[in-house]
Write a protein that binds this ligand. Sequence first.
Ligand code: NAI
Length: 328
Amino acid sequence: TRTPVNVTVTGAAGQIGYALLFRIASGHLLGADVPVNLRLLEIPQGLKAAEGTAMELDDCAFPLLRGIEITDDPNVAFDGANVALLVGARPRTKGMERGDLLSANGGIFKPQGKAINDNAADDIKVLVVGNPANTNALIAQAAAPDVPAERFTAMTRLDHNRAISQLAKKTGAAVSDIKRLTIWGNHSATQYPDIFHAEVAGKNAAELVNDEAWLADTFIPTVAKRGAAIIEARGASSAASAANAAIDHVYTWVNGTAEGDWTSMGIPSDGSYGVPEGLISSFPVTVKNGTYEIVQGLEINDFSRARIDASVQELKEERDAVRELGLI
Ligand code: NAI
């Protein structure tokens, strides 16, 4: 029998946590034959609700769930962690400036990065979901100098999945026929969903759509502003789809991308495509044996270049701001 994988989830009592934990425990994060231990990290006010969720997890009698630990101490939560899903974050509240938001999140992600550095297993893989995800990942990474930098990733898989779904609707294709879509840049309104290299049932997506106005005025803003549209419709933010994307991100990172396809992940740049080295930016990646690689050699047209540059510029500004605040 396999040794259980230790999976730490922060913000476990939140909305995304509630949609996420049951799927981790049922085998969707790592595979249907991989037992897991869950470690739930919450702030003291969240502990009671996390205990309630743990009661429900018990009540599911998941065969793969070997243990649940609940704590408000990051050193305990990340002890021996193989996978860490950093979901809990400080949301932007009314009137909050970017600097305030970044420093509030620095107060969360810096100590969590240090706790990962000091306690996690050697093979730790980190996914940051909590916003601003790319820059929170940068803060955690900077606080974990002993962990290889590439183990810190930020989630743009929800954007990737949203873009696939919109493109499928537009072309009348099945979601499963869409391949090689890319989200570039920041998980924010500046993100750039790129269909110029995407395929719809083997045909080039941009040529098939052949409508730059739709791309610029409908597709890109629909994907980028989908989170706000969901809040408007549901009266609550997207939680189940965000949890689903977190599951997809880690599953792909562990189990690989399909032959001929790729996915999008926020990862430390190696300088590819003119993205400054070290920025955590979304790229097209293939994954094999638990290691991702940026897809190389894609031709970037002017339409794409301008949009990638704008999103990367925002990431640079966020990095400069957290540098100034002494968070990295
Ligand atoms: P929520 O507010 O329902 O839950 C957040 C939870 O985190 C709360 O239970 C809170 O007590 C906990 N928390 C706060 N500080 C913590 C700390 N230092 N340690 C441990 N737990 C802590 O929020 P929700 O809806 O679950 O969203 C979580 C985050 O995910 C938000 O930042 C949201 O913006 C982000 N998000 C990111 C997406 C992406 O695509 N990257 C998509 C959707 C949401």
